[in-house]
Design a protein around this ligand. Sequence first.
Ligand code: ZN
Length: 132
Amino acid sequence: MDKFIVKTQSRFEMIDITKEVSSVLNKAGAKEGTCYLFVPHTTAAVTINENADPDVPKDILMELDKAIPLSDNYRHIEGNSAAHIKASLFGSSEVVLVEDGNLVLGTWQSIFFCEFDGPRTRNVMVRFISAV
Ligand code: ZN
C-alpha cells in the first residue's frame, strides 16, 4: 500500500488529486488493474467529478453547505457534525480502473480530495491490484 499527504488550506475544499494518484501508480509500475483509494478520516472524503470547469466543485461545496448547515442544534460536542455528515455522504473510498498504466477517467473527470473540516494535514491511501 502507498499513501500521500494532502495539506488542506481552508475549512471546505475540493482538491484535485488525480496527478498525485497517477504518480503513485507510475512509481509502483502499475499497468493493468484496479486502484483503490481510501481516506482514513471522519471529516474528509474522496469523490470523482468535473474539474474542467473549476466552478463545479465550488457549486458542490456551496450546495452542500445549504443542505447541511454548520450549526443546527447538533449533539456532537466537538462542533463539527456538519463535516462528519458531509464525509459520510461522499464516502471514504473510490475505485478507479487502470489501463496501460493510466487511470481510466472520463474526459471531464478528476479525483477530488474533499476537506470538510480543515485546514488539516490529511492522508490518502492507495492500493493497486494488478489484473495480470
Ligand atoms: Zn467530530
